[in-house]
Design a protein around this ligand. Structure first.
Ligand code: FE
Ligand code: FE
Ligand code: ZN
Length: 270
């Protein structure tokens, strides 16, 4: 965690997202090894507010799996522990990919996610929220429409524990038109409600709208384009929520993107 704070600061960021271990597996170190107190002190000294710091659950977690019992059980058990870790660290947003139905069908997959969320959230010590991420619809991914996300939230026994992570690459790949972001937010508000929006993943996309591919591009170098992404960053309805870059970059690249977006943000404000 301390390393993540240092890295974020080196890019000129005022928030960040981290994994509690490798994103590809569920092996995790004890919280005592994450240098949490040093990390918090460094955040405090540099105006990074812990309430805007985001945790991302590992990719391999699939709550929608009904085909392999172990996969679902692993997902539920891992997530219970992850919520405990988030609570111990003090974060309040955990981003989760809803899941893939792996050929069992969308309805079955959605029901399985709801069952999983109910198990995970029952009696949890976690005071924060799980942010269900909008997905590109690659393979059998669920959460590719606002309707599916809303279905999960409204059928879960603990809707007060759920929110949304809006990923710009994913919604573009799912077919939403980012050249009209006002219309997207109107639809989001009507279908889900804007107060559910907890975090934005700001990415360009290598593929055309509706491609269902999920290949992220650098800001301004993809099919969404810089102007549309600047409109997202500057939208008054999103003020105060964390924006996270998941662009394919090196350290210098992220530093440049943050500086560029900040410059464009302040230009718009004038
Ligand atoms: Fe994600
Ligand atoms: Fe994302
Ligand atoms: Zn993605």
């Amino acid at each position: 965690l301390l390393g993540s704070v240092k890295e974020a600061l080196s890019y000129g960021a005022n928030t960040f997202m981290f994994y509690t271990g490798a994103p590809q597996n569920t092996r995790r170190k004890a919280i005592s090894e994450l240098k949490v107190e040093e990390a918090k002190a460094l955040m405090k000294g540099n105006n990074i507010d812990l309430k805007n710091v985001v945790v991302h659950a590992p990719y391999i977690i699939n709550l929608a799996n009904t085909v392999k019992e172990e996969t679902f059980e692993l997902a539920v058990n891992f997530l219970k522990q992850e919520l405990q870790r988030c609570q111990d660290i003090g974060t309040s947003i955990l981003v989760l990919h809803p899941g893939s139905h792996v050929k069992a069908g969308e309805e079955v997959g959605l029901q399985q996610i709801i069952k999983g969320l109910n198990e995970v959230l029952k009696d949890t010590p976690y005071q924060g929220k799980i942010a269900l991420e909008t997905m590109a619809g690659k393979g059998s991914e669920l959460g590719k429409t606002f309707e599916e996300i809303n279905y999960l939230i409204s059928h879960c026994d603990y809707p007060e524990k759920l929110g949304v992570c809006l990923d710009t690459c994913h919604i573009h790949d799912a077919g939403y038109d980012l050249s009209n972001f006002d219309a997207i937010l109107d639809e989001f508000d009507q279908v889900i409600s804007l107060d559910r929006l907890l975090v934005v993943h700001l990415n360009d996309s290598k593929n055309v709208k509706g491609a269902h591919k999920d290949r992220h591009a650098k800001i301004g170098e993809g099919q969404i384009g810089l102007d549309a992404l600047v409109n997202v960053v500057c939208h008054p309805a999103l003020e105060g929520i964390p924006f996270i870059l998941e662009t394919p970059n090196d350290d210098e690249g992220w530093k440049r993107e943050i500086a560029l977006l900040r410059e464009r943000y302040f230009m718009k404000g004038d």
